[in-house]
Design a binder for this molecule. Structure first.
Ligand code: COA
Length: 163
């Protein structure tokens, strides 16, 4: 099985991956992945609200099947990664890294200065991915996420794109 080492689309299980803008008609597939990805998933309404200028929504397909997506907002010269999720059946094969590299490349191409994100303190897998791709922790937001009992802090991470 190929591991992603660059921004190209690799073969996963012998098939091709393709990244393209998400469309509202993808929402049933998005919600299927979202509900499996998070303890406190976004609603369809939240995704719908992101289909407007200032947001970039990316989907990644294996053949015709959506296997992951990312949602980014642009405010002035700052990009904010709001959601990155891969179908549980396709994790650990480089899909998340590929999407992340794509959205970083697009943000740089569109002259963003940095990308910010929040991640649950307990989300070691995502934090590791972000660190490996160059993000650094710049702070914490206390009680940022709802949790099974109470609240959980967020790690705030940033990637500088240009000086
Ligand atoms: C976080 C997520 C997007 C990663 O997607 P993925 O396709 O599985 O990740 P990749 O296969 O590209 O792996 C990239 C890196 O993530 C880390 N990683 C992935 N799976 C891991 C695992 N099971 N254990 C530890 N680290 C892991 C590793 O650092 C890996 O790099 P490496 O292969 O060089 O070690 C995916 O786990 C997911 O959708 N999680 C649920 C939603 C979520 O938490 N999103 C992030 C919100 S901030």
């Amino acid at each position: 099985m190929n591991k992603v080492k660059d921004g190209s689309c690799p073969a996963v299980y012998g098939s091709e991956l393709a990244i393209r803008p998400l469309e509202s008609k993808d929402l049933p597939e998005v919600m299927n992945i979202e509900l499996q990805g998070y303890s406190h998933p976004w609603t369809e309404r939240i995704f719908l609200d992101c289909f407007k200028p200032g947001y970039r929504l990316w989907g990644i397909n294996e053949n015709r099947v959506l296997v992951g997506y990312a949602v980014v907002s642009y405010v002035l010269d700052e990009a904010h990664l709001l959601n990155l999720c891969v179908h549980p059946g396709y994790r650990g094969q480089g899909v998340g890294r590929l999407l992340l590299r794509h959205l970083i490349g697009e943000a740089a191409r569109e002259n963003m200065n940095q990308i910010l994100l929040e991640v649950r303190l307990s989300n070691n897998i995502a934090s590791k991915l972000y660190r490996k791709e160059g993000f650094e922790e710049i702070g914490r937001r206390p009680r940022y996420y709802p949790a099974a009992s109470g609240w959980e802090d967020a790690r705030v991470m940033a990637l500088l794109l240009q000086s």
